[in-house]
Design a protein around this ligand. Sequence first.
Ligand SMILES: [Zn+2]
Ligand SMILES: [Zn+2]
Length: 560
Amino acid sequence: MSAPVKIVFLGGLGEIGRNCFCLEVDDRILVVDCGIMFPEADMPGVDLVLPDFTYLRENADRVEAAFLTHAHEDHAGGLAFLLRDVPMPIYGSLLSLGLARSRIEEAGMLGHTELIPVHDGERRWIGPFDCEFIPVTHSVPSAFATAYHTPAGTILHSGDFKLDPTPVDGRKTDLALMGDIAKRTGGVRMLLSDSTNACRPGFTPSESTVGETLRDVFRDHPQQRFIVASFASHLHRVRQVADAAVREGRRVAFLGRSMLSNVSLGREMGILDIPSDRVIDIEDVPRYSPGEVCIICTGSQGEPMSALSLMAAHEHKHVKISADDVVVISAHAIPGNETNVSRIIDSLHRAGAEVLHGGSSPVHVSGHAAQEELKMLINVVQPEWFVPVHGEYTHMVHHARLAESVGVAPDHVIVCEDGDALTLELTPDGRCAVEAERRAVPAGFLYVDGIVGDVGQGVLRDRRNLAEEGLVVVIVTVDTVTGEVVTGPEIVTRGWVYAPEAEELLEDAKAAVLASLREAVDEGATDFETLRRHARRSLGRFINERTRRRPAIVPVVMEV
Ligand SMILES: [Zn+2]
Ligand SMILES: [Zn+2]
């Protein structure tokens, strides 16, 4: 008997980001998406968070390939890291692969993979996986939902999607194909669907509405320069900004490394069609009057080193933001980035600019389906089983209720979390039996800082403690023969008290340590470990009594 069909969730179920699951057929593994998550405020110094790759590393010989539903960082950004340990080919739309390629190339991992494009409506085998790629609309062009025709029946994964009736490129979510698949296969056994906006009632507005808003905004400010920040991968947004600018007779300059590379990819692939004579280099912007220019840049997440931040701080070489500028932030803050975004909006206002952002003006719409669209998908697919994916726990629970409200049997709706595994088997009467195993595989957060792999919980705990309480180092030199304190104790502190203003306190602290060391020596202790312990304890007690704080204490005992 062949191995049962399995789905193992490694990330994205319980948080926004690091989307990743394994589909298993005939004991082979297809990795569907492999994303990163942006760090939260309580993860100091962490650059990004990855799924736990333990399961994939331990089963590397069973990994057939990866499939990218689309190229957003929360679906594709982790591949460069995974490829280091698990080389494999990556399938996806031509654009998804083009967008994902640069990160993989930067990591030096192109040699560990082969990028294989698949096309709208195509059905093909990837090893034992019979896959069918369905166009969906989202905030990046060329995204896919996918039908996996498995021995346990058809599993449909929505990917990130919305039902945009008037997408910028005319490529709609192919509901008809999904309905056809449901009919053709005798019913979809399981639907995995995007929960990001499951708490939002109604429909998500069409991407084209942003174009209309932008046209009005441009018309209302004919004398001012426009600076529009958006995601570099949102090429339809970039296209609408550029179209509106060009229509109002402006020239367009692009700024930001990923913006420049994505725009050139988009122009190459025919997704962006901007007349070359309307595009100028950023260093030429000062030669035009404000009303003649529109700059399209990155930095919509308030990244402190982005071009937008530098422009606002008057630290950019070519562009300084002033009252002549209208800044449009055509994006929403990804969880984790909210503080940075409101900070940049503040500094833009301080620089005198007029600022339009998602919170103040319809210059942004979401790329994810709201409740009515989610229900519509379920109604079209009519799955036997429903599993909400991509979202915080609250989003998934709301999505589960939506599914029940349109008729999915409550005992056929499963809310899973990272690390859970589902086993699917066809029963003799043609139904699908599903077994859920909770916490079947490790699925914790993998913290990445710089080029070091996992920072780990211990390091994060230390960092949080250091951030909240500070550090005190006490240095003392001891004669090992007599046990006499020769020099010190010296106290160096960071983040406990401001040393120049706390001389008396520090003197008292030194005295406390010295007294405790003398006492230890009198009792016959000469070994470092004992002396170190005495120094740490006496200092800790003193600091707690005098300041009610608990900084990290590092005793350094040296010998002469
Ligand atoms: Zn996405
Ligand atoms: Zn996503």
